[in-house]
Ligand binder design. Structure first.
Ligand SMILES: *[C@@H]1O[C@H](CO)[C@@H](O)[C@H](O)[C@H]1NC(C)=O
Ligand SMILES: *[C@@H]1O[C@H](CO)[C@@H](O)[C@H](O)[C@H]1NC(C)=O
Ligand SMILES: *[C@@H]1O[C@H](CO)[C@@H](O)[C@H](O)[C@H]1NC(C)=O
Ligand SMILES: *[C@@H]1O[C@H](CO)[C@@H](O)[C@H](O)[C@H]1NC(C)=O
Ligand SMILES: *[C@@H]1O[C@H](CO)[C@@H](O)[C@H](O)[C@H]1NC(C)=O
Ligand SMILES: *[C@@H]1O[C@H](CO)[C@@H](O)[C@H](O)[C@H]1NC(C)=O
Ligand SMILES: *[C@@H]1O[C@H](CO)[C@@H](O)[C@H](O)[C@H]1NC(C)=O
Ligand SMILES: *[C@@H]1O[C@H](CO)[C@@H](O)[C@H](O)[C@H]1NC(C)=O
Ligand SMILES: *[C@@H]1O[C@H](CO)[C@@H](O)[C@H](O)[C@H]1NC(C)=O
Ligand SMILES: *[C@@H]1O[C@H](CO)[C@@H](O)[C@H](O)[C@H]1NC(C)=O
Ligand SMILES: *[C@@H]1O[C@H](CO)[C@@H](O)[C@H](O)[C@H]1NC(C)=O
Ligand SMILES: *[C@@H]1O[C@H](CO)[C@@H](O)[C@H](O)[C@H]1NC(C)=O
Length: 828
């Protein structure tokens, strides 16, 4: 038989470091209660430690979670609870409570978690809460464990804490009312020795699966025997013993021998106990010869009273032990403990944990030889790179089946070195290096078999991604000082399925996440909104945790709030609150109402379009009513004319003309010309040639026209029906003789004194028709206000009008003609 005796090296001077640990039963209910009761943070009332002498009467009637511990209450009155029909969790601990009103709990039928431990109750209160799951009555003053008959109604009670310093015995009928319950876990004892235990009393709780005894049995192990025999008759698989062997205890006989004949017990846990090596050997022999699969030591003080240390002779027996856990070991002596055991006895051991033991050098020759070991947890020790891979281990660091290795909370530093060393552990899949002092200096070369890595709580920064293995599927980078993720970062880990990035300072969820991603934790970062783009390309995504980010409650979050399937979010809705804008700060996001219309553009358009059209229509009507078209036309002309004004001004200054304009009109319109046109234009400093005034008498009319036209910069025709009928023929002649003038058509300006529809013109006035179609013209308005505008436009036209612009304008007007009533566009 191969036998490997080894010396286990554990470092001792760590007593102070170890006492920090808090035992895991505590806070169990707080967390569980919070998780299963609370649907909104606003329904949580935490009034603990506020020096209250009464429960306030004005608590919100929808309160689900009430913690009023550490207040000097003395008496719990029913009144405040009358409104609390939604109450699911109630914690009233350390309040010096002596009395609870009868019937208080009638008002709180939904209570599932009740913690009234550590008070001064000298009786176990009558409770009748059918939904109650966990009840903590420990640390009170009652002198008997006799449960009231009302406990029978608590069919759902699964965990019950009972403990009093004054209760020194367990009577046969104490647990009668639990005989039909489904109680699974009983925590019993007030940390004081018992004087009596009546056989058969615990047997009544047949459903019992786990029992925790907070009773020291020193010098009284007969009683312990009786108790174990009763436990043997329930369903109990878990046996937990708190402070079973106090300091300076004389044990006679072998109290744990019963374990060998308790087939159901699979888990044994020893908590807060002083233990020496000789007793450890006795205990282990019993465990190894029993059916126990898992033995756990929590917060023990270990002293070596035997010269060989912990030495177990090889047993002629196949052992079934699977897990050994040491969680908190204080060493009594200032020396390395000696352990001499055979690997063969632990041939089925697949889980080994040494945590908070002060270990600084790994007993590698033992651990690395365990043939079935799959998980090794050495968290919370004092190990360093060279303490785990120390030179004496080099040939044996094989760990033939090791798949999971936790080196969390140690003093490891060199990731490059670690990555090299893991090549030796051929089956290692996951490595936990969280809470170390990892530094990233040299490149890492990881074996292909490592697919899970935790580097959380190391100060690493954004560069960490280039030190990761491309084979990783699960990466924990929580609290590593990451501020941003880039595409290049994510390309380093192409097949990720689980990415944990909690507690960093990331602002944006990248859109390049691996499509294989199943789980993403990005809570406690600096994310302001979660966009559809970042999650849409992830078909396998099942879990997202993104709470406790400074969310902006605006349209940026519209998709997230309304469209995202919330079953994806493991922490919705509790951890999601609006951060900005200030008006909704601290509002739970689930209560933030956001309207579809204000955020979706197509909807906005759909709604806005009809609205805009109605408004437009209204405006148009008003526009027409006020002759808006006319003003617009005029404004348009004026703007265009002004724009080209500069160029034309130069042109104008280079030429010399006698007149700004030659004005041609019918004598029938002379009244208008003389009273309106001439004063207005000449008043503005323009010089005019008017045929009645300036034509040379005796000359042929056409010669006169030609002279005047040639001496003028522009020719202005005042068009009316009279003009067309009586005067135009002269101009036909004029145009016929001076074809050359055609090319300067922009020197012609037309005023319509009255509407002259083009098609009403006689066919023979071809020229006029085409000119009117090509040129723009000004209409004389009847309205006096409009006339001001008319003059302004006319004056600028006479100074700068340009053929091409005018043509463009005419066309533009013609296009909009359909919108303009016929009487307004007589010539278009
Ligand atoms: C009840 O409250 C006490 C005091 O806080 C705590 O120690 C104990 O763990 C609580 N009980 C449960 C079941 O959580
Ligand atoms: C209630 O307040 C106490 C002290 O202020 C704190 O320790 C406890 O965690 C709080 N509980 C909850 C549920 O917030
Ligand atoms: C608590 O309240 C009492 C009076 O109700 C007062 O005398 C005492 O100083 C208070 N204690 C604290 C810690 O505030
Ligand atoms: C709480 O009180 C309000 C009015 O005060 C009432 O409308 C509401 O139904 C009550 N809720 C519960 C759960 O009793
Ligand atoms: C006990 O709890 C379960 C769920 O945990 C529930 O389905 C069942 O109805 C409860 N029983 C009673 C008697 O309330
Ligand atoms: C436990 O029960 C089994 C029978 O189920 C019996 O053989 C064994 O002796 C009992 N052990 C103890 C310690 O009572
Ligand atoms: C333990 O037993 C021995 C002898 O059996 C006795 O001398 C010693 O005083 C006892 N110790 C205690 C703490 O009772
Ligand atoms: C070792 O521990 C056992 C049990 O606590 C005790 O009975 C025994 O006296 C201790 N031995 C020494 C040498 O202290
Ligand atoms: C033993 O304890 C472990 C850890 O607490 C638990 O996972 C396991 O189910 C328990 N085994 C039995 C048989 O109760
Ligand atoms: C650890 O166990 C010792 C007794 O061995 C006890 O005094 C101490 O309070 C325990 N520490 C914790 C954190 O439970
Ligand atoms: C171990 O048990 C086997 C039979 O199961 C027997 O032949 C052998 O002698 C035993 N050895 C010891 C050391 O008891
Ligand atoms: C490791 O093995 C080699 C040969 O296999 C041997 O020379 C060396 O001494 C061994 N080292 C240790 C520490 O056992």
């Amino acid at each position: 038989m191969a036998r490997q005796s080894v010396q286990v090296a554990l470092l001792l001077w760590t007593t102070t470091l170890l006492s920090l640990r808090t035992y895991c039963l505590a806070e169990l209910m707080d967390d569980q209660g919070y998780a299963s009761c609370v649907t909104s943070r606003r329904r949580v009332q935490n009034l603990s430690g506020q020096n209250l002498t009464n429960v306030p009467l004005d608590l919100n009637n929808d309160t689900q979670y009430l913690d009023i511990s550490d207040n000097p209450l003395v008496k719990l009155q029913a009144d405040p609870f009358q409104r609390l029909s939604e109450l699911c969790f109630l914690k009233v601990t350390s309040c010096g409570l002596r009395l609870i009103d009868q019937g208080l709990f009638v008002h709180t039928p939904k209570l599932k978690f009740l913690n009234i431990s550590h008070n001064l109750l000298d009786y176990i209160p009558d409770l009748s809460l059918p939904l109650l799951k966990i009840l903590d009555l420990a640390g009170n003053q009652y002198d008997s464990y006799k449960l009231p008959a009302t406990f029978e109604t608590m069919a759902n009670l699964s965990v019950l804490y009972l403990g009093s310093e004054n209760a020194l015995q367990v009577d046969f009928n104490d647990f009668d009312s639990l005989s039909d319950s489904s109680l699974q876990h009983l925590i019993l004892g007030g940390g004081v020795k018992w004087q009596r235990y009546d056989r058969g009393s615990l047997v009544k709780i047949k459903s019992l699966q786990k029992i925790t005894l907070k009773v020291p049995f020193c010098e009284n192990f007969d009683l312990f025997q009786n108790l174990l025999e009763d436990v043997n008759e329930t369903q109990t698989t878990d046996l937990e013993l708190v402070n079973v062997l106090p300091d300076l205890c004389n044990v006679t006989g072998d109290p744990f021998r019963s374990l060998r004949t308790m087939p159901l017990v699979k888990n044994v846990t020893i908590v807060n106990t002083w233990i020496n090596s000789s007793f450890m050997v006795i205990l282990f022999k019993n465990v190894l010869l029993s059916n126990v699969r898992m033995i756990t030591f929590v917060n023990i003080t270990y002293s070596e009273d035997t010269p060989d240390g912990f030495k177990i002779p090889t047993l002629n027996h196949t052992t079934v032990i699977r897990s050994i856990i040491f969680d908190g070991v204080t060493h009594y002596q200032y020396k390395y403990p000696i352990v001499e055991i055979s690997v063969d006895m632990f041939s089925k051991l697949d889980y080994l944990k040494f945590s908070e033991t002060g270990m600084n050098i790994v007993p590698c020759n033992f651990m690395s030889s365990l043939p079935s070991l799959e998980t090794l947890d050495l968290s919370n020790n004092l190990l360093t790179d060279s303490g785990f891979w120390w030179s004496m281990c080099s040939n044996t660091s094989v760990f033939p089946k090791l798949r999971h290795l936790s080196l969390s909370k140690n003093r490891f530093m060199d990731l490059s070195f670690i990555s090299q060393k893991t090549h030796e552990m051929k089956y290692l899949e996951s490595l936990d290096l969280s809470f170390n002092s990892i530094s990233l200096d040299k490149p890492c070369f990881w074996p292909t078999h490592i697919t899970e890595l935790s580097l959380s709580n190391n100060n690493l920064g954004n560069k960490v991604f280039s030190f990761l293995s491309q084979y990783l599927q699960r990466v924990d980078l929580s609290k590593t000082g990451i501020t941003a993720l880039t595409r290049e970062d994510l390309l380093q880990v192409p097949t990720l399925t689980h990415l944990f990035l909690s507690f960093n300072r990331i602002k944006v969820i990248p859109t390049d996440l691996s499509p294989t991603l199943v789980s993403l934790y990005i809570d406690q970062n600096a994310i302001t909104s979660i966009s559809q783009e970042s999650l849409v390309g992830l078909p396998s995504l099942r879990t997202v945790k993104a709470g406790d980010n400074p969310f902006v409650c605006s349209c940026d979050s519209y998709w997230f709030i309304t469209a995202l399937n919330k079953s994806l979010l493991s922490d919705w809705p509790l951890d999601y609150t609006c951060s900005t804008p200030p008006s909704v700060a601290n509002l739970p996001m689930s209560e933030y109402k956001i309207s579809k219309i204000s955020c979706e553009t197509w909807l906005q358009a759909a709604v806005a379009l009809p609205v805009t059209m109605v408004i437009m229509l209204a405006l148009c009507s008003a526009f027409y009513a006020c002759d808006g078209v006319w003003y617009t036309k005029m404004l348009w002309v004026w703007i265009r004319v002004k724009r080209r004004g500069q160029k034309q001004a130069n042109l104008l200054s280079n030429m010399t003309f006698r007149y700004h304009s030659f004005i041609s009109y019918s004598h029938q319109d002379s009244a208008w010309v003389e009273s309106k046109l001439v004063p207005s234009l000449e008043g503005a400093g323009l010089s005019l040639c008017i045929h009645e005034r300036d034509f040379v008498p005796g000359q042929w009319i056409v010669d006169n026209i030609i002279n005047c036209v040639e001496a003028s910069y522009k020719t202005l025709f005042v068009l009316s029906n009279h003009f067309v009928q009586s005067e135009w023929c002269n101009y036909e002649l004029f145009f016929a003789q001076h074809r050359a003038l055609d090319t300067q058509q922009d020197s012609l300006v037309f005023i319509l004194l009255e509407p002259i529809p083009t098609n009403s013109l006689p066919k023979k006035f071809l020229k006029l028709r085409s000119l009117l179609n090509q040129q723009t013209y000004l209409e004389w308005p009847k309205d006096e206000r409009k006339q001001q505008v008319f003059w302004v436009n006319l004056r600028s036209m006479l100074q700068v009008a340009d053929h091409r612009i005018l043509k463009d304008m005419a066309l533009a007007l013609a296009e909009s003609a359909s919108l303009i009533p016929d009487d307004l566009v007589p010539l278009l």
